[in-house]
Design a protein around this ligand. Structure first.
Ligand code: BES
Ligand code: MN
Ligand code: ZN
Length: 495
């Protein structure tokens, strides 16, 4: 998709589809007023029919609109103009873009210069529009012999709002589209089936990304190299799988070589059967999404290199497949982590933390400014939060607050759970330094408690995205979360 800022009166713009906002109960935005005037009250007549009333997210297309140069006039409902906040604006754009993409329009112009969003600037509006435009254009096709039609539109233009610098609007469109593309990349990796998206596939994806960008270096560690590093915990998860585990190391340099990096750590369980502690059959297909943390790291890294952020960032992914077999780890087995701590594997289905703990230890070598791990870690996070928010647990209040803030700004929200000492004893083991499960209660917290034992040397936050990373049901598919949050957080950091 191409994006541009295009000035001009609504009736003079020559686009395949020009979009204007109509407010609730028929209030017209400035652009809609002009379109109404030149079309002999064409919009007013539609409103009188009450088929379209301007409620938020409602859309209506008029073909060959009278008095306009554009081929289609798209009315987008904006709801109550005073109540248009960032969330409703994003919803409004999504609805408008969906209507554009459902048509055969090759270009669309958003005549929204007069539309203001509560607490947000004109560049924010452009950024969000471009991000939504990317997201709405994604179609999953890779494993279908009959491909769904790609969207016809290839150009989206936006009217410059008064007083805004054109350059800043253009940059906003660019960064929004980059973030949207990063989100789509994460969605796509998540959607791929477990027999395609293996640990090696994720590694190849990272290598391909590095080939395109000289600011990104990628190295892949196989099982032999991980054994040499004594990553006994991570390797115990892949012990039952024919797929080789990979540690994917992505190093982005946007600042001086000696500037300490921020580190992202992704859980990349490309399929989670539960191992010997086998999961039930119903819905198990969705455990292909158990690498969505890893996908979000790749998506965020892809965005970061294109945004050319002026900091150093390392993306680490523990990529493994969790399978039962005669070589698989058994309940009660004790493994030794890279940190030297022994772990009693009481449940082989609590594998994510076994992978992440060794990757967190690996992260120590960077002396990171912050470490954020992203993982579809616990069913308990789904029970607690549903799909709208990711769980946040952290050993640093400032980092936690900053992530909550970035979640609000990016509409990719996180919410904290306590990481209190009192929960730690639930992980006591009679036979090892620590057990890998903490019993049936407070599952998201005890999982984070486990990780915290391996994150003592840096500022660390854990995002449990089990509920937010994908949708189930008819709209089954990965969401690409929390790429937007991660990019927002990294964009706020300074070298
Ligand atoms: N990948 C799952 C967590 C999960 C389950 C995410 C359902 C989304 C939906 C994780 O590896 C897992 O199996 N966790 C167990 C931990 C338990 C054995 C302590 C869980 O949450 O049931
Ligand atoms: Mn599991
Ligand atoms: Zn898992």
């Amino acid at each position: 998709m191409k994006y541009s800022i295009k000035a001009g009166a609504t009736d003079k713009i020559n686009s395949d589809c020009i979009a204007v906002v109509v407010w609730n109960k028929g209030g017209l935005s400035e652009e809609a007023q002009l379109a109404d005037k030149v079309s002999n009250k064409g919009i007013s007549k539609i409103l009188r029919s009450e088929d379209f009333t301007g409620t938020l997210g409602q859309t209506h297309i008029v073909y060959n609109p009278v008095g306009l140069k554009s081929k289609r006039l798209l009315l987008i409902g904006g709801g109550e103009s005073k109540k248009l906040d960032s969330k409703s604006a994003a919803n409004m754009f999504r609805a408008g873009l969906k209507a554009v993409y459902a048509s055969n329009a090759a270009s669309a112009h958003f005549a929204i210069a007069s539309v203001t969003v509560k607490d947000e600037t004109a560049p924010w509006v452009c950024k969000r529009l471009a991000q939504e435009a990317e997201i709405a254009s994604y179609r999953y096709n890779q494993t279908k012999s009959k491909k769904s039609k790609a969207v016809t539109a290839n150009l989206i233009s936006v009217s410059p709002s008064k007083g805004a610098r054109r350059k800043s609007l253009e940059e906003a469109l660019k960064s929004g589209s980059i973030i949207g593309a990063g989100i789509n990349r994460a969605r796509h990796l998540g959607n791929l089936p477990g027999n395609v998206c293996t640990p090696s596939y994720l590694a190849d994806e990272a290598i391909a990304l590095a080939k395109k960008h000289s600011s990104l270096q990628v190295k892949i560690l196989g099982e032999k190299q991980m054994a040499r590093l004594k990553m006994g915990s991570l390797l115990s998860v892949s012990a039952g799988s024919a797929e080789e585990a990979k540690l994917i190391v992505m190093e982005y340099k946007g600042a001086k070589a000696d500037s300490k990096p921020h580190v992202l750590v992704g859980k990349g369980v490309t399929f989670d059967t539960g191992g010997i502690s086998l999961k039930g059959g119903a819905g198990m297909d969705e455990m292909k999404f158990d690498m969505c943390g890893a996908a979000s790291v790749i998506g965020a890294m892809a965005a970061v290199v294109q945004l050319k952020l002026p900091i150093n960032i390392v993306g680490l992914i523990g990529a493994v497949e969790n399978m039962p077999s005669s070589t698989a780890t058994k309940p009660g087995d004790i493994v030794t982590s890279m940190a030297g701590k022994t772990i009693e594997v009481l449940n082989t289905d609590a594998e994510g933390r076994l992978v992440l703990c060794d990757v967190l230890t690996y992260a120590e070598r960077y002396k990171p400014r912050s470490v954020i791990d992203i993982a579809t870690l616990t069913g308990a996070a789904v029970a607690t939060f549903g799909s709208h928010v990711s769980a946040l647990l952290s050993n640093d209040d400032k980092l936690s607050e900053s992530l909550i803030d970035c979640g609000k700004n990016s509409l990719d929200r996180v919410w904290p759970l306590p990481l209190w000492e009192e929960y730690q004893p639930l992980l006591n083991s009679n036979f090892a330094d620590i057990a890998n499960i903490g019993g049936p209660r407070a599952g998201t917290i005890t999982a984070a408690c486990f990780l915290s034992r391996f994150a003592e040397k840096f500022k660390w936050a854990h995002l449990d995205i089990a509920g937010s990373a994908w949708n189930s049901g008819a709209q089954k598919g990965a969401t690409g979360r929390p790429v937007a949050l991660l990019v927002e957080y990294l964009s706020q950091q300074k070298a």
